[in-house]
Design a protein around this ligand. Structure first.
Ligand code: ADP
Ligand code: ASP
Ligand code: MG
Length: 449
């Protein structure tokens, strides 16, 4: 049986030299950790995104200077900085050239290329931190195996090709080396750099675990596991020691940032155990995510996702008119807009757009889709809403769930409620401003000891 462990370290875990050293301790403590996936150092991807967003060269250079400072801070703390000075200088030079010659507006391919520098820099630096503690660390360019389609900004991994390429290029190295590689990035068939979407390093680690038949994926972050809600929202949040794949996947889907929403897909396909823990406090334990768990409580967690867009589509023709819903969803699908929540009445349908909605890369698709919808129905758009998801088990069939919820939130204006379609979640929308207080209040009612 495989004992292979893939360990992923997030942005705060590789924020600076001291943080990287703590991660090196974790890696060196377990011989089975043969692949280390790193995120960009905290703040670097945001600065790279800033570069791609502004047309002002001065602003681009200011962001570049921030990235250079974070990089050099680590480099200068190394025992042998000269060992990686050349690859680091090469990367920084390449990034600078993209700023100098980028033109006013970057193409989507260029945006992904620019965003890849964070992970490319942190992996070179972390491999040297590790090499200074143990000689067998090797920095590996994940674009050699992480094949994706060419949907820049949110590329789709090509599972079969990733498995084949990993078998050829990565698996033979594992016996002799600790591989340090980049999360978040990949490459399409023409070797153009792509990214998996923000927070995608968790997903990268799980994809590599699947490709290499690993036993475990470790997600090392800044919290000691998955909590009953984001610990930033309430000090009452409690760490969940063991949770099932489906519950954790629902949490990630509905906004628990601790895991990228797609992370558990590869793990579920191959039944790979996932561990979430804090790189600052590895001894504090963490959360195990597995297929079978002993305890399946009715209420497991509450997730919050801000900045949701609610679209209400109304047509008198819907009254007895077959095909109206088909037409609405066909329009959205042709514009590649996926929908989260849906409720219908006889003459209207209300739906929320998938994560990011109007503010994400999809925003360019949303306007044309709305124009098309307006050609056959009335459309209204509301923004500034938060999706609150109560995650648990048998929520669709347990007695008293709705009563408990309404009681807890009697003073809150709920904009839309979805209950009954899933046994694992019950979702509703509130105003963004109310979101954190609603989660706090609900958490107190549902999880009070
Ligand atoms: P990383 O950079 O390591 O990937 P992230 O910032 O992406 O870290 O994810 C960790 C953060 O996720 C935590 O700091 C926490 O605020 C947030 N979070 C949201 N929901 C939860 C939850 N249910 N349990 C734990 N953390 C959560
Ligand atoms: N560095 C990327 C981001 O900030 C990916 C990740 O951290 O998982 O979104
Ligand atoms: Mg993350």
């Amino acid at each position: 049986m495989s004992k292979l462990i893939i360990a992923k370290f997030g942005g705060t875990s590789v924020a600076d030299f001291d943080a990287m050293s703590r991660c090196a301790d974790i890696v060196l403590a377990d011989e089975n950790i043969r692949v280390v996936v790193v995120s960009a150092s905290s703040g670097v991807t945001n600065l790279l995104v800033d570069i791609t967003k502004t047309t002002e060269v001065q602003e681009r250079y200011a962001a570049y200077a921030g990235i250079e400072a974070i990089t050099l801070n680590v480099l200068n703390r190394l025992a042998s900085p000269q060992a990686v000075a050349d690859p680091v200088a090469l990367l920084l030079g390449e990034l600078k050239a993209l700023i100098e010659n980028g033109g006013a507006v970057y193409s989507s391919a260029h945006k992904d290329l620019i965003q890849s520098f964070g992970e490319r820099l942190s992996s070179v630096l972390f491999s040297q931190v590790l090499a200074e503690r143990e000689a067998s660390a090797l920095c590996f360019d994940i674009r050699r195996v992480m094949r994706t389609d060419a949907r820049f900004g949110k590329a789709e991994p090509q599972i079969q090709q990733i498995a084949e390429l990993s078998e050829v290029h990565l698996a033979p190295l594992l016996a002799d080396y600790r591989i340090v590689t980049q999360g978040f990035i990949g490459a399409d068939d023409s070797e153009q750099t792509t990214t998996l979407g923000r927070g995608g390093s968790d997903y990268s680690a799980a994809l590599l675990a699947e490709a290499l038949n690993a036993a475990t994926v470790q997600i090392w972050t800044d919290v000691v596991g998955i909590f009953t809600t984001d610990p930033r929202l309430t000090s009452d949040a409690r760490c969940i020691r063991e949770i099932s794949f489906d519950e954790a996947a629902e949490m990630a889907t509905f906004g628990a940032k601790v895991l990228h929403p797609a992370t558990l897909l590869p793990a579920m396909r191959q039944n790979i155990a996932v561990f979430v823990g804090s790189s600052r406090e590895p001894a504090a334990g963490g959360t195990w995510i597995a297929k079978e768990v002993k305890d399946r409580p009715p209420y497991r967690a509450i997730a919050l996702r801000k900045s949701q867009t609610l679209i209400t589509v109304k047509s008198p023709a819907m009254l007895h008119a077959a095909g109206f819903l088909t037409r609405v969803f066909d329009t959205l699908s042709r514009h590649q807009i996926s929908v989260d929540l849906v409720t219908t009445s006889e003459i209207s349908v209300a739906l929320t757009l998938d994560q990011g909605g109007m503010t994400s890369a999809f925003s360019t698709n949303v306007e044309p889709a709305l124009d098309e919808l307006k050609s056959f129905c009335e459309v209204s758009v509301e923004q500034g809403l938060s999706l609150v998801a109560v995650i648990g088990n048998h929520l669709h069939s347990s007695k008293g769930i709705a009563g408990e919820l309404f009681h807890a939130l009697e003073r809150i204006n709920m904009r839309l409620i979805c209950h009954g379609a899933s046994k694992h979640n019950l979702c509703f929308l509130v105003q963004d401003n109310d979101g954190p207080a609603v989660v706090k209040q609900l958490h107190q009612s549902l999880f009070a000891a």
